[in-house]
Design a protein around this ligand. Structure first.
Ligand code: NAP
Length: 289
């Protein structure tokens, strides 16, 4: 039987640093406070507002968003609900996609696009400087990576960006970016059923920077699902909670950002920070640490 730490707090996950900023090691992904297909307004705006307010009570002090979520909808709600921000709250946003409709994402890493995107994010988030600005992807075939990173470096030198992060990067792309700027975090898809970014996670461990797994609850393959169900039963927890706990246990560099539009789900996800996995659990889940 496991022990779950009280009180309900993201601080139970410990902390990580993003440059000179320290945050609890369980953040919040704000992609889900939008409509279907990450497009338009959420179905229940009053509830998504409560989610944002409840985050603060649960000591979640990293919110991940992007100009493309909605588009603009996620950032606007964060700015309208939470600004002026509580001391210590870190907002990480991203640029590098344009949206043409629900579930449609087109990479755009052109310097002029990134600059316009950042200016829009500053306005919607009601900030003069973005604490962590992430290049959302390295997938724009029409723009060399160095041009995108170079523009972020320029905006950092102008005081509009405090720290630079990257997302959906390979190890080689991360190394290329590191030749130009200090990178404080990498955000790639990672969950128990999809460990394609394991090498990127290992590189983050070597560099001593957080790896932010997106889709942490993910869709698991059948082996992973069976393991999650077995461990969840032992803990009287949900499989989603064990998925989050397993990522936290797998690596101290891991900084999960589960996303939800519902207070009840947020509370469940934060409770996962207090779940202590046994050696048997770790074995079943294939966790190496
Ligand atoms: N960098 C990138 O390219 C990229 C791509 C995707 C996502 N992200 C970031 O990563 C964050 C997390 O990724 P994600 O939102 O795709 O995946 P996720 O956090 O693994 O899963 C979110 C989904 O699970 C549901 N959910 C959350 N908590 C739950 C709970 N306790 N019980 C039942 N269902 C629950 C949510 O629906 P409800 O609203 O109903 O709870 C939502 O449909 C995003 O919010 C975003 O910030 C980044």
């Amino acid at each position: 039987m496991s022990t779950t730490r009280e009180p309900l707090s993201a601080a139970n996950a410990g902390t990580v640093t993003l440059g000179d900023l320290t945050v609890n090691r369980l953040g919040f992904g704000a992609m889900r406070i939008t409509g279907d297909g990450i497009w338009g307004d959420p179905k229940d705006p009053a509830e998504t507002k409560r989610v944002l307010q409840r985050l603060l009570e649960l000591d979640v002090n990293l919110i991940d968003t992007a100009d493309s979520y909605g588009p603009e909808v996620s950032e606007r709600q964060i700015g309208e609900t939470l600004a002026p921000y509580k001391a210590g709250l870190v907002i990480a946003t991203k640029g590098g996609y344009v949206r043409t409709g629900p579930n449609q994402w087109k990479p755009n890493g052109k310097p002029e696009h990134l600059r316009a995107a950042l200016e829009g994010s500053l306005k919607r988030l009601k900030l003069e400087r973005i604490d962590v600005y992430q290049l959302h992807n390295a997938a724009d075939p029409t723009t060399p990576l160095a041009a995108s990173i170079g523009e972020l470096a320029m905006m950092q030198s102008e005081g509009k960006i405090r720290h630079i992060g990257v997302s959906n990067f390979s190890v080689a792309q991360l190394k290329e970016a590191l030749k130009m700027v200090k990178v404080v975090s990498v955000q790639n898809r990672y969950n128990l059923g999809d460990r394609a970014s394991e090498a990127v996670l290992e590189e983050c461990e070597k560099l001593g920077i957080p790896f932010i797994p997106w889709a942490p609850l993910g869709k698991s393959n059948s082996d992973a699902t069976t393991a999650l169900e077995n461990v969840a039963r032992r803990h009287g927890a949900t499989t989603g909670q064990i998925a989050i706990a397993s990522l936290l246990a797998h690596s101290p560099a891991m900084l999960p950002i589960p996303g939800t539009s519902k207070v009840k789900h947020l509370e469940e996800n934060v409770a996962a920070a207090g779940i202590e996995l046994s050696t048997e659990d770790r074995g079943d889940l294939g966790i190496t640490n």
